[in-house]
Design a protein around this ligand. Structure first.
Ligand code: IFM
Length: 741
């Protein structure tokens, strides 16, 4: 089935490209990504380099190289392999191939590419296949087969390519290639990151036709760690090169800090000894490569596939009657899964997953609101992991609150390993003047805190996991409540509480008051925090008391939360049912995005604060009022939801990929079936159809839109299938698109 020009599927488990298009290099690199939650390896050809955005992005390697952006590292590429003959390099980059086919199999995270080039004597064909192993988190394998229909020779060059594509500076203060020392040992590159001094090691072992190649065995040793050789090809007799590769960072070996709940625990452990850590890294690398080699390519892939089969048993959704939807849906579920560090409860899901360094490899509210629900209903232990990450990062959130003069937990807008705010104060650039823009995502976008508490309640409602609540969840909720308590303003003349100077989901409008979404979330969390306290008390009075003492929750706090939840200003529907997005929104210029676009001086201008074209208008970047309905499905009548959908939908620019799935869901509930389907395809196709922006206000924001990936599942299950829950009962009121069964 044709998905778009130059992209088809045969079984709805893969996407296939049949023409090499150099213009698709960047988006293709993301779209054809493979990974396993520990790393992401971009969909590039084995002979490409940093200029072609090769990226081997490794989780838990946050580092700041340029003094401004902390981000995950892309590490040297251990799968680099180039073939050349007398005519030149057998590379799509330098010569259009005679035939070409590339495929991402997203059932099994397998990237394959076959290309052939015409030579005087006939064709030379290279087929490469690369698999991100599910069973071996650190391991990745690649099998390349070169063949010809005539007698000829090719030379190959295989190395760990240390020239890496990095968005914000070089992360390696040390980058030292070390050749294989003994037969059967790995060639490797030792790295040390610039800011954190984190040791990382990347290694490979290479086999030609089943025999290991060591530097001494190669005919042409390009450097100690490189291997080059000449292959004689007989017609119809393929030659095979298999690379087993692995990557480790010292963070994989370090013990997590002591659980802060244990009295007397010392969170400041002595710093690890770098030399012994390095030695241990080398041992781990050798051990895992030996294991991989012992199992062999076929077995490794089979084992990995089995793991994927189990995942799909839980997460797959079968749609009959619509191959486009089926393919997009699985493709998005796949990307959502490989973005998620399922192996850990201490790592976030990046807004671009592990597809590149954009958005710093860090978590936003996307994680709880867009990615968590699929896991909650399919693999609740992963949803728990996600929330545990927020528990482990409470101290970062507490520090942020303190620094900004609040109490409790003000979660980071951009959250890396430890939860400290890593969102730079200047995120975008005014492309007209070249001046940096002071965005306030980091200090005014407070809704991330109640969103996380909301997710804790969602998790509780669905799982009834009180053990989690007593141990972790309640602490998150109470600390968020305390933050909200310190954020609200009491306006005596109005006898109500207000939320002043913030940013709602619609990021174009900064410095607004009483954003409806944020207020609704605040009220919800505070009122549930009060009842949670009571429920805990009833379930286990002793534990509840201990928790209360530990968090120093006074009776006055509970009364305050209760008072705020009753008297917080939350915009009400007007007579037409429309809810004002924030104070004064309706007084802004009423213009539609299409017309507004004509005011752009430069197409890459940032539309938002402080003086972008949308700021003084009612054009929103993304769903805001309608976002509230998705989280609180039963809070308003269908008529109110419809009135707001009809008002805000035309005024929304969808400058964020988080927007179309929200409108898809609301559209399906309010009877706008056609629009619901179109928004679904738009959302689930944002990457494959390459409709997302690679740059905004001068900042690279390309890569896989991980929130939209998680949301695809929600649109189908919660939108089209109309699933919602009341307590632990699941209810369905389907609004299926035409032709679906
Ligand atoms: O969290 C989002 C935000 O809502 C819109 N800008 C991009 C962020 C990361 O996806």
């Amino acid at each position: 089935m044709q998905l778009r020009e130059n992209l088809t599927t045969e079984t709805c488990w893969e996407v296939i490209e049949t023409m090499f298009d150099p213009a698709n290099l960047s988006a293709g690199g993301s779209n054809f990504l493979i990974g396993n939650g520990y790393y992401g390896y971009r969909g590039t050809h084995a002979d490409w380099g940093a200029d072609s955005q090769v990226g081997f992005v490794v989780t838990d390697t946050y580092d700041k190289a340029d003094g401004k952006w902390k981000e995950l590292c892309t590490v040297p590429n251990p799968l680099y392999l180039q073939f050349r003959d007398a005519t030149g390099t057998l590379s799509c980059l330098t010569e259009q191939p005679h035939s070409y086919r590339r495929e991402l199999n997203f059932r099994y995270s397998r990237h394959s590419m076959t290309a052939s080039w015409k030579r005087e004597g006939g064709l030379i064909t290279v087929r490469e296949e690369r698999v991100a192993l599910r069973g071996q988190l650190h391991g990745i394998v690649q099998r390349s087969v070169v063949s010809a229909d005539h007698e000829c020779w090719v030379e190959f060059r295989c190395e760990i390519d240390t020239n890496v594509w990095s968005l914000n500076g070089n992360h390696f203060a040390q980058c030292e290639p070390v050749g294989a020392t003994t037969p059967g040992s790995a060639a490797r590159v030792d790295l040390l990151t610039v800011e954190m001094g984190l040791p990382i090691v990347v290694g490979q072992r290479v086999f030609l036709d089943g025999n290991e190649i060591t530097p001494s065995a190669s005919e042409e040793s390009m450097s100690e760690h490189r291997k080059g050789s000449v292959l004689y090809l007989h017609a119809g007799e393929p030659r095979e090169i298999v690379i087993y590769a692995a990557v480790y960072s010292a963070n994989d070996l370090r013990q997590p800090p002591d659980d802060l709940r244990q009295p007397g625990a010392d969170p400041s452990r002595p710093g690890p000894d770098e030399l012994s850590e390095r030695a241990e890294l080398h041992r781990e690398l050798e051990r895992s490569l030996s294991e991989m080699v012992k199992q062999g390519y076929g077995m490794l892939v089979r084992e990995s596939n089995k793991k994927w089969d189990q995942i799909w048993d839980d997460c797959d959704i079968r749609v009959s009657g619509d191959e486009l939807a089926q393919t997009l849906l699985r493709y998005n579920i796949y990307h959502s899964i490989i973005a998620t560090p399922m192996h850990s409860e201490r790592l976030p899901i990046g807004a671009r997953g592990l597809s590149c360094q954009a958005y710093q490899g860090a978590a936003f509210w996307d994680q709880e609101i867009f990615n968590l629900p699929m896991f909650l209903y399919t693999r609740p232990e992963i949803a728990r992991n996600i929330l545990m990450y927020r528990y482990h990062t409470l101290d970062g959130a507490r520090a942020k609150a303190r620094e900004l003069g609040y109490r409790g937990a003000f979660y980071a807008w951009v959250s890396g390993k430890d939860g400290h705010e890593i969102c730079p104060s200047h995120f975008f650039v005014d492309v007209l003047s070249g001046r940096a823009i002071r965005n306030h995502f980091n200090d005014w976008q407070i809704h991330v805190s109640p969103d996380i508490a909301y997710a804790v309640f969602l998790y509780l409602d669905v799982t009834d996991d009180w053990e989690f609540m007593f141990g972790y969840g309640a602490e998150i909720v109470f600390e968020v409540a305390r933050f909200l308590q310190s954020f609200v303003y009491y306006k005596p003349e109005k006898q109500r509480y207000e939320l002043i100077r913030l940013l709602g989901p619609d990021e174009y409008h900064e410095n607004v008051d009483n954003n409806f979404f944020t207020a609704f979330q605040t009220r919800y969390v505070l009122s549930r925090a009060v009842s949670l306290h009571e429920e805990l008390r009833q379930k286990n009075p002793d534990l509840a008391l201990l928790l209360r003492q530990k968090l120093e929750i006074a009776q006055g706090d509970l009364e305050f939360w209760s008072d705020v939840s009753e008297r917080l200003h939350v915009q009400k529907p007007s007579s037409s049912g429309v809810i004002e997005q924030f104070d004064g929104f309706f007084r802004l210029e009423d213009i539609l995005p299409e017309e507004l676009t004509t005011r752009l001086v430069d197409p890459s201008e940032y539309w938002g604060w402080p003086n972008g074209i949308a700021v003084e208008t009612q054009v929103s970047k993304q769903a805001d009022v309608c976002q509230t309905f998705v989280l609180h499905r039963n809070a308003y009548s269908l008529e109110t939801m419809r009135a707001n959908y009809d008002y805000y939908e035309p005024r929304t620019q969808h400058g964020s990929s988080l927007s179309p799935p929200v409108y898809a869901m609301v559209a399906s509930w309010v009877g706008r079936q056609r629009a619901a389907y179109d928004y679904f395809i738009r959302s689930a196709g944002v990457d494959i159809f390459d409709t997302g922006k690679a740059f905004s206000g001068g900042t690279f924001i390309g890569g896989i839109h991980t929130a939209a990936c998680g949301a695809a599942w929600q649109v189908v299950v919660c939108g089209f299938a109309g699933m919602h829950h009341r307590g632990q009962m699941l209810l369905f009121s389907p609004y299926l698109p035409d032709g679906w069964s």
